[in-house]
Design a protein around this ligand. Structure first.
Ligand SMILES: Nc1ncnc2c1ncn2[C@@H]1O[C@H](COP(=O)(O)OP(=O)(O)OP(=O)(O)O)[C@@H](O)[C@H]1O
Ligand SMILES: [Mg+2]
Length: 360
């Protein structure tokens, strides 16, 4: 029987193997970040491309390209974005066979290999990695991720993305973290222990849906304007807002081939607001279903992270919407794009052997 007074932390995997390179990875639908014990901090957009034919290969001079380089060459490569809704795409229903699925599977493996490569392990150095995944990722997608990490890591541990953020910020006792990504919004309430299923929500409406709604609204308003989702995403990332006074947002798109300026302010705001309603519902629910004595503590520490947390006015909008349940203190993290990877790295440094999957 366990003696209640005898809890002794096991030494961490890192303490028992200080020669190893320990990495924290935020494997995102839209971009992925890696931080490591050697001080490396890098980011890559989650795209993988293979030259389509010998001419493309001659022009690109590489057999595989990643991130911005893959996007720039999108006309001459077979381009894959191997994650969707925050999980490996080939594991989603209806995506499990065919060429496209095989390509996505291989792309996921290559993206992980690339992330480890840019973390610069030394020759033959062991690599231990913690990877942040959506709060409610399925068993199937977790297994696929472990499988994809096999060639490149010696041990891997998967943790919920918002939990990684909370761990990195040291707000484990009484907080709610909202990680606003491209494919999912992941929410987790922290109350001093490992969060469980009931503490977490993964919302399927996230940054990608903002882009799609923005596209739809602009098509309706300006039928002659020519734009792609990638162009709109850029406009959004430069000007996204949900409250407050802002300058009018103007974007230039071709119309019948000639560059034309359009006012996109109202459509951008409405599109950004798409994510608000579900966030508020989930926050309401996670607060209301918690021990009444500690609800105040949760409300006083709502933390936003992920790329979407950079929308201007988001903390104050969420604060307003929570007023009817007694108000809240809402803030955005300082490093929205690295908060997940930093927390994953800290977990990797701290967690003992029993939490890891050995791969070699
Ligand atoms: N300044 C900004 N304002 C609003 N949205 C932004 C801004 N910068 C980036 N984004 C959006 O944030 C999302 C990317 O955030 P992040 O890198 O955290 O997501 P991800 O980790 O790739 O996705 P997921 O966690 O869902 O797998 C994209 O939808 C991107 O367009
Ligand atoms: Mg993310």
């Amino acid at each position: 029987m366990t003696d209640m007074n005898s809890f002794q932390p096991e030494p961490s995997i890192y303490a028992s193997d200080e020669e190893a390179l320990v990495v924290g990875i935020d494997l995102g639908t839209s971009r992925s970040a890696v931080t490591a014990t050697n001080g490396v901090r890098r980011m890559v957009e989650s795209y993988v491309g293979w030259p389509r034919d010998p001419i493309a290969l001659r022009h690109i001079k590489k057999s595989i390209v990643f991130g911005a380089e893959a996007l720039e060459n999108r006309l001459s490569v077979r381009l894959f974005r191997p994650l969707e809704r925050g999980v490996l795409k080939h594991t989603l229903d209806g995506e499990s066979d065919g060429d496209q699925a095989m390509g996505n599977k291989e792309a996921a493996r290559e993206l992980i290999r690339h992330l480890i490569h840019i973390a610069e392990p030394m020759r033959d150095q062991k690599v231990y990695g913690v990877v942040g995944v959506p709060a409610q990722a399925s068993l199937k997608s977790k297994q696929a991720l472990i499988e994809a990490a096999k060639d490149t890591m010696d041990a891997v541990m998967l943790v919920s993305q918002p939990f990684a953020v909370a761990y990195g910020l040291e707000v484990l006792d009484g907080s709610i973290v909202v990680d606003i990504g491209a494919g999912t919004i992941d929410i987790c309430r922290m109350h001093g222990t490992m969060p469980e299923e009931v503490d977490q929500r993964s919302l399927a409406t996230a940054g990608d849906d903002v882009d799609r709604n923005f596209e739809e609204l602009l098509h309706e308003k300006y039928p002659d304007a020519q734009f792609t989702l990638t162009m709109l995403k850029k406009v959004k990332e430069a000007h996204a807002f949900v409250s407050g006074e802002v300058e009018r947002v103007k974007a230039v798109f071709p119309a019948n081939g000639s560059p034309t300026e359009y006012d996109v302010t109202d459509e951008l705001k409405i599109a950004c607001e798409t994510i608000l309603y579900e966030i508020n519902d989930a926050l309401h629910e996670l607060i209301a279903t918690f021990d009444p004595e500690f609800q105040q503590k949760l409300r006083s520490n709502v933390i936003l992270s992920g790329g979407g947390s950079q929308m201007v006015g988001l903390p104050s909008r969420i604060r307003q919407d929570l007023e009817d349940i007694g108000g809240a203190n809402v803030r955005a993290v300082e490093e929205p794009l690295y908060a997940g990877a930093n927390g994953a790295l800290q977990l990797a440094i701290d967690m003992p052997e029993e939490y890891w999957h050995r791969l070699t």
